[in-house]
Design a protein around this ligand. Structure first.
Ligand SMILES: [Zn+2]
Length: 182
C-alpha cells in the first residue's frame, strides 16, 4: 500500500465521529496507516480519520522513543475503548493534521484499552499518544483539550529549531523532528 496524504485542519472530516470498523476494512485501513506512519518518519501514531477514513482504527508505535516508559510494540487498535484511566499530567502534543502548532494538554497517565485484538495497559508517553489518536475517532483535536488557547498553544518553528530548543519529542501524532536528524 502506498503512503497516503494526511488531512489538514480544518478539513471537516477531522471533526466527525468515526463508525465501528468491520474486519475487512480494518485490515486495509491499518495497512495504509502503518505505511503512511513509516513514510513520515517522525510520526508516532495516526488515526483513520486523518486519511479521510471514518472508521475506528488507530496505529501507535513509540518503540525506541526516548520518552516512552511503556511500549506495546507496533500497535494496531481496531475499535479501541479506554476502559480505565488513572492519574493526570500536562504534556506537550503535536498533530500531523495541525502541523504548525503544539500545545499543553492534560491526559491520564495510565490507561487500559480494550480493542478488537484484546486488552492492553499503557502509561506515560505511549498512553498519551493512544489517547490523542482515540480522540481523533471522536472528532476531537488536541486544541479542543487545551485549558487556554492563549497560554497553552505554541507556534512550531521549523522541526530542526524545535529539536534544538528541547521542544522535540511531544506526544500525539508527531514526535517533533524528522527521523533523519536522530
Ligand atoms: Zn493528531
Amino acid at each position: 500500500m502506498p503512503a497516503r496524504d494526511v488531512l489538514l485542519y480544518p478539513d471537516p472530516r477531522l471533526k466527525q465521529v468515526a463508525t465501528p470498523a468491520q474486519p475487512d476494512e480494518a485490515e486495509r485501513i491499518a495497512a495504509d496507516l502503518l505505511d503512511t506512519m513509516d513514510a513520515l518518519g517522525h510520526c508516532v501514531g495516526l488515526a483513520a480519520p486523518q486519511l479521510g477514513e471514518l472508521a475506528r482504527v488507530v496505529v501507535v508505535d513509540v518503540r525506541g522513543h526516548r520518552k516512552a516508559i511503556t511500549d506495546n510494540g507496533r500497535l494496531v487498535l481496531v475499535n479501541p475503548k479506554i476502559v480505565a484511566a488513572d492519574g493526570a499530567e500536562i504534556g506537550r502534543e503535536g498533530c500531523l493534521s495541525i502541523p504548525d502548532l503544539t500545545a499543553n494538554v492534560r491526559r491520564a497517565t495510565a490507561i487500559t484499552v480494550q480493542h478488537a485484538g484484546g486488552t492492553i495497559e499503557s502509561a506515560g508517553f505511549e498512553a498519551r499518544c493512544i489517547q490523542h489518536e482515540i480522540d481523533h475517532l471522536d472528532g476531537i483535536l488536541f486544541l479542543d483539550r487545551v485549558a487556554s488557547l492563549v497560554d497553552d498553544v505554541f507556534r512550531r518553528k521549523r522541526y530542526a529549531e524545535s529539536a534544538e530548543s528541547g521542544e522535540s519529542g511531544e506526544a500525539g501524532d508527531s514526535a517533533g523532528k524528522p527521523a533523519s536528524s536522530s
